[in-house]
Design a protein around this ligand. Structure first.
Ligand SMILES: Nc1nc2c(ncn2[C@@H]2O[C@H](COP(=O)(O)OP(=O)(O)OP(=O)(O)O)[C@@H](O)[C@H]2O)c(=O)[nH]1
Ligand SMILES: [Mg+2]
Length: 408
């Protein structure tokens, strides 16, 4: 159910998306109600008349719940529920619910629960009142404390605990990241709308570029991936990068989730290059694109260089974008060579040939550099080793003192 405000054209698109989200939790949409009005009703969101209409239709439709395409306050949820005679759930709670059923790793579970508790806390007023009407919580209160205060206190305690645990996970991730950045390895992150094919593209790279890492989970469902997967991809011995696959986005991704998923989304914000994956087999390509761009902005990743791909090009719907995007298919491999070329150009165009000289006492630094850079020529001299190398900017900065200036 939604209201359509004047001048807003995307109500229908948004309701299509909502239908997908409802189906993602295994429910079925039996009817759609839209009301044209400029502002939401302060008490019941939709007008009283419309609410009564829904109430009258519910038996015939066998409806068991109202899903609202917006985030509502706790008291609006309660009022609308009373007016329609049905339980009401808003868009945010629905998305949180999908995330909750999909999360399997410890860190994803913590992040989802944090978002859920934050949602609960901000909706306590209305929902709490509903609970106390049912006589819940009697006998559990501290002296002089209302039900609401005690609920809030419990939630706050839990939120503190969840944040503490997440911090520990983040510390571990930070150590892993330090280990990676020490080797100057470039990071490429797959981003995009949920179900666009990010994990499938990751798996294509794993299959074709001889990586040791295990394949990642891909499935035709919303939010199949809720974690961060990092795999090393080797285009060849000298051109390696880390590829990151992570959670997909939807339109108006709840801010509680974006906040709670900081540990996960932070990995994206640190990437050197983004691959924005769009599903070309959908007429909602532009909606998908906007949804992803909005989230990237929210996590501070909008400045990172980006390659946009139209995935699933093997399927009949070939929706294009106004700007140039690369058609690819993770299934058939079509366009993937061009994608590799573009990645190569973005990541490794700062490669330069230099000459370096290491004395024998500097051989420690030399062997560290040789793990990363390509040797073109190596000559042993009386007092050390002379190398011609292909290096990137990071290596040239780090090993600057060994670079031999051109002598004439
Ligand atoms: N025909 C076709 N199907 C594809 C292609 N790429 C992915 N798919 C299918 O699309 C579905 C979603 O793919 P995933 O790789 O799981 O999508 P994702 O972007 O990782 O999705 P989330 O993790 O849920 O955000 C799966 O059923 C894939 O098999 C493609 O190029 N062609
Ligand atoms: Mg995925």
């Amino acid at each position: 159910m939604a209201i359509s405000r004047q001048g807003e054209k995307d109500t229908e698109e948004s309701l299509d998306e909502l239908t997908g989200l409802v189906e993602a939790v295994g429910a079925e949409v039996v009817g759609i109600a839209v009301q044209n009005r400029d502002r939401a009703d302060s008490a019941t969101y939709i007008g009283k008349g419309k609410a009564e209409e829904i109430s009258l239709m519910k038996d015939e439709l066998e409806a068991t719940m109202v899903v609202v395409d917006d985030e509502l306050s706790g008291s609006t949820i309660r009022n609308l529920s009373q007016a329609t005679g049905l339980p009401v759930i808003d868009r945010t709670a629905l998305i949180l619910d999908i995330f909750a059923t999909r999360s399997s790793s410890a860190i994803a579970k913590l992040q989802v629960e944090l978002a859920q508790q934050q949602y609960r806390r901000s909706h306590l007023t209305g929902l709490g009142a509903m609970m106390s009407q049912q006589g819940g919580g009697i006998g559990t209160r501290g002296p002089g404390e209302t039900q609401l205060e005690s609920d809030r206190r419990h939630i706050d305690q839990r939120i503190t605990e969840l944040r503490r645990r997440l911090k520990r996970h983040q510390a571990v991730m930070e150590t892993q990241r330090k280990r990676r950045t020490d080797t100057s390895e470039k990071i490429v992150a797959l981003v995009g709308y949920t179900n666009a094919g990010k994990s499938s593209i990751m798996n294509y790279f794993l299959k074709h570029y001889d990586a040791e890492g295990a394949e990642v989970f891909e499935r035709d469902m919303l939010f199949a991936t809720l974690d961060v997967y990092v795999r090393r991809i080797e285009l060849d011995a000298n051109r390696k990068f880390l590829l990151i696959d992570t959670v997909g986005f939807v339109n108006r991704l709840p801010h509680q989730l974006v906040e709670a998923f900081q540990a996960t989304l932070g990995e994206v914000a640190r990437a050197d290059l983004l691959i924005h994956v769009l599903d070309a087999n959908q007429d909602k390509v532009e909606l998908q694109q906007r949804a992803t761009e909005a989230v990237l902005k929210e996590i501070g990743a909008e400045q990172i260089p980006m390659i946009t791909v139209l995935n699933k090009w093997d399927l009949p719907g070939k929706y294009r974008l106004a700007n140039s995007a690369l058609p690819v298919s993770a299934k058939t491999g079509e366009g993937m060579d061009q994608l590799v070329q573009q990645i190569d150009r973005e990541l490794f165009s700062d490669q330069q040939e230099v000459e370096m000289f290491f004395t024998f006492s500097q051989s420690g630094d030399m062997s560290r550099l040789l793990e990363e850079a390509t040797i073109l020529k190596q000559t042993y001299e009386d007092d050390g080793t002379r190398l011609r190398l292909m290096t990137d900017q990071f290596q040239r900065d780090k090993y600057r003192e060994y670079i031999v200036e051109d002598h004439h």
